[in-house]
Design a protein around this ligand. Structure first.
Ligand code: GLN
Ligand code: ZN
Length: 768
């Protein structure tokens, strides 16, 4: 019998109940008991909801108070020694200390424990806590969470399948400060703990366990292949009564498929949304004992599934393996999509008809499994509705804008090139901008104070009129300009007070974008983001930033830098339409940004920054795919930025270190100036510049805006002198490493003043 299964459900609650409980708990407003009660109520609700929809297998232990990788570290007792944890279980206080650090002021000097490192989960916008391994690392079972939550679901009569992060992925995601300690070498020490967990789950009555090994979507070393073989041989032997579903996702398996199919597990999950073509190979090579779980409903995006297409894959598998050896599932955990479309009462019916959130995706999974079990006629209505929605979407005039398609088809190679090469542009820009050596600037935003946010909230809820709100923003902008002039910055910014988010602001002004009310997705811990939905051809009905830039420029004789978000970043932080290649959507956005740069130029703006902080995080999981991605991303940036005249200075900005492996591509963007986040790993970035001689100008961030610390002039000067070792003096700009919106004015004022002083010190008495 074909099983309908899920791999993971969003944890926060449809109304972000868990977020509120967590934050109240951290603020000391509610105790642990209340937090636990909220969590248990949410789990119960989610279990019963999935059961009601008709799933035959429901994930447990997919819940987390922070993150599933941190849960795994707690499960196996991988607690770094600085947290002073001594014996199981890992209590909630220790757990949150690992996630968030502890800062306590006390009579005896207090405690200041840093949190563990956090990084992005594969190619998603979800962040996990990086496991940290120490010399002499040992493991022991230190949490009963997987067993407790399984029993909880069982007691509700739910067909529960516990989820664990697999031992090999867990180790590969971890790090050690000791370069001699390779995480994979810890496998032998780790496996007995996993074996014990599986044993306890078996004893508790589990028939199945889902073990996630998303590392199977990456380029793997022979050592990793051997580690996988060893791990699953050990786990299969340890729990003979338990059937293991090995789950992979976010990418096809490619050269890892053979290894995956050979592992001694009962079932293998494939992400057939990312790699539909892999089914045929898998069917051919699947050994006769193995069940395939088919990830045919997109767990990473919010579009309604084309049931016809999905069903053809499922039927093909059922025909080849027999229906009892096929399971139907989302492509990955539904953690990455919002909970329930039914809450989106403000979306128009047409658009809503194209979407599916977690609840609707589970309905699709159930429908597909039923179609195999009971025949197509049993789900005729659902198939008809899907077909109609699909046809309606394809033909909708809201999606198709002939003018946009025509413009895109008419893009020529010249449009991707500035009129002159950088050296010629520089001569003109020096003349136009009259900047001193080591020019100073900032990255765009100034503090988004509580007042700024309150004013926006009031405006949005109709509490104040537009004129009043804009007058207030003008006042803030004016203050920011005066401040920048006072401390002597060279290239000014307007401060971005009118923006709440660097993608949403543009999305709201572009055609082809929609916004949900409750479409929240967990980003990390209690934090959620609400990505815009790009549903149609993108175009710019009118200028988006020109009025604010013009106003700010009118207040100062110094050059004001216009501030735009780049095409790859807008794409990366949105839910993107799935009916055309992402590169086409990206190019459409690039054309809209290009129009904006031309309007800014006409308005007298002489420097324009196009931010691409997310360019690197969009990199594909497999190296073999990097070239195509980077070419398209670089071309889109060039399309967006190359329309302006030579004397208009194009800046870009990137965050999240580790640029060294793509430095040449960053050079190929041909921005006149690039500012980069570096202050946490200044040495690393400068190493990159040593290997690759960056041809244009660079501002390696010299003020770490992620910390409330105010750097001294001497410190900044020291960093700049280090930069001088690998960059020519005329290449260097002086700037913070990111926007200042999360900082307070009390920190920003002295820090920027110190930064300007440091630049002046470098210029020497003659130049300043
Ligand atoms: N211009 C943006 C700002 O200053 C850049 C933000 C970012 O890089 N994430 O806020
Ligand atoms: Zn940044």
């Amino acid at each position: 019998m074909t099983l309908a299964a899920n791999l993971g459900f969003p944890r926060m609650g449809a109304r972000r109940e868990l977020k509120k409980a967590l934050e109240d708990h951290w603020a000391g407003k509610i105790g642990e008991a209340d937090l636990l009660a909220t969590a248990a109520a949410l789990r119960r609700e989610h279990f019963l909801l999935q059961k009601r929809i008709g799933l035959g297998s429901i994930p447990t232990n997919d819940f987390s108070f922070y993150d599933q990788v941190l849960d795994t570290a707690a499960l196996v007792g991988a607690v770094p020694s600085r947290y002073g944890w001594s014996r199981p279980p890992v209590d909630l206080r220790t757990y949150f200390a690992m996630a968030r650090g502890i800062q306590e002021r006390g009579a005896a000097g207090g405690r200041d424990l840093p949190a563990m490192e956090m990084t992005k989960w594969f190619d998603t916008n979800y962040h996990y806590i990086v496991p940290e391994f120490e010399p002499g690392q040992s493991f022991e079972i230190a949490s009963s969470k997987p067993i407790d939550e399984f029993l909880e679901a069982r007691a509700l009569g739910v067909p529960a399948r516990p989820v664990l992060l697999g031992p090999v992925s867990f180790l590969l995601l971890g790090k050690s400060k000791d370069p001699g300690l390779r995480p994979l070498a810890l496998l032998d020490a780790l496996l007995p703990v996993y074996a014990e967990v599986l044993g306890r789950l078996t004893k508790a009555g589990a028939a199945w366990v889902q073990i996630d090994e998303p590392c199977l979507g990456l380029d793997l070393s022979p050592e990793t292949h051997r580690a996988l073989e060893k791990a699953y041989a050990a786990l299969a032997a340890a729990a003979p009564g338990l059937r293991i579903l090995l789950a992979t996702y976010f990418e096809g398996l490619r050269d890892n498929l053979g290894t995956a199919l050979r592992l001694p597990v009962a079932a293998l999950h494939l992400d057939l949304v990312r790699a539909p073509g892999e089914l045929d190979r898998a069917l051919k090579e699947t050994p006769s004992h193995l069940t395939l779980s088919l990830g045919v409903v997109d767990g990473r995006n919010i579009w309604r599934t084309d049931l016809e297409r999905a069903l053809s894959l499922v039927e093909r598998a059922a025909g080849s393996l027999g229906p009892e050896r096929v399971q139907v599932a989302p492509s990955c955990s539904l953690l990455h999509v919002p909970v329930d479309l039914a809450l989106e009462t403000e979306l128009d019916d047409e658009l809503r008809g194209w979407l599916a959130f977690a609840v609707q995706k589970i309905e699709e999974v159930v429908t597909l499994a039923r179609a195999v079990r009971e025949g197509r006629s049993s789900v005729k209505e659902a198939l008809d509705a899907s077909r109609a929605a699909d046809a309606g979407r394809r033909a909708s005039p809201r999606i198709n804008d002939e003018e946009v398609k025509r413009r895109l088809a008419a893009v020529t190679p010249e449009m991707l090139r500035r009129k002159s090469p950088y050296p010629a542009r520089r001569v003109l820009q020096v003349k136009a901008l009259r900047l001193p050596p080591f020019p100073t600037t900032t990255i765009g935003s100034f503090p988004q104070t509580a007042e700024v946010r309150a004013a926006r909230a009031k405006f949005r809820s109709g509490g104040i009129r537009k004129e009043e709100y804009e007058a207030y923003l003008r006042e803030e902008t004016g203050k920011a300009i005066r401040f920048q002039e006072e401390i002597g910055l060279d290239v000014l910014v307007h401060g971005e007070f009118e923006r709440n988010d660097m993608v949403e602001y543009f999305g709201e002004k572009l055609e082809g974008f929609a916004f949900t009310r409750h479409g929240w997705v967990q980003s990390y811990g209690s934090r959620c983001v609400k990505p815009p939905v790009i549903f149609g051809d993108v175009s710019r009905p009118g200028p988006m930033t020109v009025e604010w830039a013009r106003y700010a420029q009118s207040l100062t004789p110094k050059p004001l830098k216009g501030m735009l978000t780049g095409p790859s970043t807008i794409l990366q932080w949105s839910f993107v339409r799935d009916d055309q290649p992402r590169s086409v959507t990206r190019a459409q956005i690039a054309l809209a940004i290009r129009d904006e740069t031309l309007d800014l130029e006409v308005a007298g703006i002489r420097a324009i920054q196009i931010d691409e902080p997310a360019l690197r995080e969009g990199l594909p999981l497999r190296r073999a795919d990097w070239d195509d991605y980077l070419s398209a991303a670089v071309d889109a940036f060039r399309l967006a930025s190359s329309g302006v005249s030579d004397q208009t200075q194009i800046h870009t900005h990137m965050c999240y270190a580790e640029f060294n492996d793509i430095m040449e591509r960053i050079g190929a963007m041909d921005a006149d100036v690039i500012s980069m986040e570096t202050s946490r790993s200044q040495m690393e970035l400068l190493d990159g510049f040593r290997r690759y001689r960056y041809p244009n100008e660079v501002g390696p961030g010299v003020y770490d805006i992620h910390s409330p610390r105010v750097p001294s002039r001497e410190e900044i000067e020291r960093l700049l002198r280090k930069a001088l070792e690998v960059l020519k003096p005329h290449q260097i700009w002086v700037n913070p490493d990111c926007g200042l919106k999360t900082r307070r004015w009390e920190e920003v004022r002295p820090a920027l003043a110190a930064m300007v002083e440091a630049a002046r010190a470098l210029r020497g008495p003659a130049a300043s």
